[in-house]
Design a protein around this ligand. Structure first.
Ligand SMILES: O=C(CO)[C@H](O)[C@H](O)COP(=O)(O)O
Length: 228
């Protein structure tokens, strides 16, 4: 397959492919980002055609879009997802992912891990042999200085994520801040994931290990599906 340059068309193919796995009566975890949004729109079309599903949103963005396209929503208290569909910023074919480009990774990890099937949708430019994308780390605001120090001690380089159309930092849907932490090539993602989780003040980080069960990778001329 030809590389897609990360086009919206490749993202659409991936999103629509994953939405094709959703069956009548299912509860669906609704991921965040532009690729997951294609899946949500495709699910909205299924609902309009008579399919009965419920969505569990992972962010303000996915909740708003699901409402716009007519997907009935529920919470994790009401029902566990049968399947989750979510995007990624970078991924390996063994299913190790970096997420959190939209700062939604804390809720995404909760919803994605609550589903027996987690389908990751991405264009083919995001595939890599070795993860090296900065890892988003959601942090309680008071803990930023101590978490920054802990990241340096782990040979990482943290940067507070700043907002595009607001002065100051990005504030997550949970009221926290995000440190984008560059580690260079990550040879053992599971070790780094455990190490980041152990830092006091870290709410959640964007390394998703052992979460994805299927990868739907869109390109210019099709979709490839990989079981993990
Ligand atoms: O993790 C995410 C949000 O927190 C997104 O799924 C990830 O950033 C990919 O987004 P996009 O499909 O727009 O490239």
């Amino acid at each position: 397959m030809k590389a897609s340059d990360g086009t919206d068309e490749a993202k659409r193919r991936a999103g629509e492919s994953a939405s094709g796995q959703v069956e009548n009566g299912m509860v669906v975890g609704l991921g965040t980002g532009s690729t997951a949004a294609h899946a949500i729109r495709a699910l909205g079309e299924k609902v309009a055609a008579g399919m009965e599903i419920q969505g569990v949103p992972t962010s303000y963005q996915s909740r708003t879009l699901a409402r716009e396209v007519g997907i009935p929503l529920c919470t994790l208290e009401a029902a566990r997802p049968d399947i989750a569909i979510d995007g990624a910023d970078q991924l390996q074919l063994d299913g190790a992912l970096v997420k959190g480009g939209g700062a939604a990774h804390a809720r995404e990890k909760i919803v994605d891990t609550s589903a027996p099937r987690c389908l990751i949708v991405a264009d083919d430019t995001k595939l890599t042999d070795t993860l090296d994308h900065p890892i988003p780390v959601e942090v309680l605001p008071d803990a930023v200085p101590t978490v920054e120090q802990a990241i340096h001690e782990r040979d990482g380089d943290p940067t507070v994520r700043t907002a595009q159309r607001k002065d100051g930092p990005v504030v997550t849907d949970n009221g926290n801040l995000v440190l984008d932490c560059a580690f260079g090539p990550i040879e053992t993602p599971e070790t780094l994931a455990a190490s980041l989780s152990a830092i006091p003040g870290v709410v959640e980080h964007g390394l998703f290990i052992g979460v994805a069960t299927e990868l739907h990778i869109g390109s210019n001329d099709g979709v490839s599906i990989h079981s993990v």
